[in-house]
Design a protein around this ligand. Sequence first.
Ligand SMILES: [Zn+2]
Length: 481
Amino acid sequence: MNHSSEKKFIFNTVERNGAAIATLCDNIFYFAELGMQEFETSGLMMELLEKAGFSIERNLSGMPTGFVATYGSGKPVLALHTEYDATPGCSQQAGVTEPTPIIDGAPGHTEGHNVNAAVMIGAAIAIKQAMDRFGLKGTLKVFGAPGEEQLVSRPYFVRDGHFKDVDVALHDHIGTGFGTVYGLRQYALISAEFTFKGQSAHAATAPWNARDALDAVVLMDIGWDKLREHLEPTQRSHRVITNGGDQPNVIPNKAAIWWFFREATAEKTRALFDKAKRIAEGAAIMTDTSYSVNVLSAVWPTRANRTLAEVIQANVEQIGMPRWGEGEQKLVCELQAKINKKAVGMPTQIMPLKECVQSVSANDSGEVSWVVPTGLITFPSNIPGVSYHHWSAGVSLATTIAHKGAVAGAKAMAASALDLFMDARLVAQAKETFKAEIGDTEYRPLLPPDQKPPLQLNRDLMERHRPAMRAHYLKDKPVFS
Ligand SMILES: [Zn+2]
């Protein structure tokens, strides 16, 4: 893997575009678009890729904010993919260590997916330039994956065959450290909304004429809580009531509850979901209502391939940790103290390569990792100690801390792709170790085969806030060279 002059070229290309990567990171930070509503974000990403010479397929799997951009032809086919959605109610000023919304109640980036997107675009443009410069054979595919916070897009992409000809994939996600892992990393998840239908009536004068759909929702909730004691402690399940009726004097003829079911394996998650359907059936019988269930998405656990992890790690070691300035470390320590964490600052050492411990969170990138050997790049753009989906996790995301971490991440992603394009044996080896890692686990998607993606997700919320948010969009657009 000692492709020294090619590596030098790719590192220089990323560095030269450091300002463009930073501007893109900040553009998306201020767009702060929720899942499935990332129109400004995906629009800008597609514009940049198109300008760089990629051909764009829009509306991937019928999702207006999903896309794949392609450059080159033939084998190997290498995919980059990442997410770019924000979180609701989390608006936060960058660089301010107090809870300070840009717009009160509006969405904000508090997970760092704005930086994920900037890293991927920065890497894609550098890889394309290296392909041209060194006459590398193969195809680069860049996937824009909407709605990660609701685990939406990639199970649909995989189901619809968009990863069928892909040989290896790289996914990037923000973290506080710089490095990679291998092994089973996160949980499987089924996201499903149960809707009960009954009959309305005047709640005071004729309640005996009603069949109360909200009662069914409440009974399903209680039923699941009773069951919880008898489920394995590995499970996680949580819900919100998305429709509880309109007003107390009308008994609701329609009510709905939205659940996330999580387990360590896909099959265990499927079993949880089957139990939930039986409880819903019971609640419907008790209330003389009927129910239907809509699966919004369903994903397998994320896993990372060891061969690709070794490729990434070698590059991370060569790149090294960004050098943090005094002002940056001061901001970090100030925030850490503010949220009652040890004021340790930003890490200064890269992470050693290791097998991961499976966490209870999920990412829909997991679906890809069971059909294509997948490498995961974690880059240091967030602050140790912050908790995601909290104002503190938004503080660094449009500052030089995020920008430096993004340049490091883009270098690692681009250099790893370069290694794979230049050495066919690495791709073959990744496929071999992938086969061994999967073993006899049979990939059976959790997503129903005829399921349609939830395009309306977050639409009302985003439309409510977007007009005020527009005033904060950056005037500058990134210019890559
Ligand atoms: Zn995330």
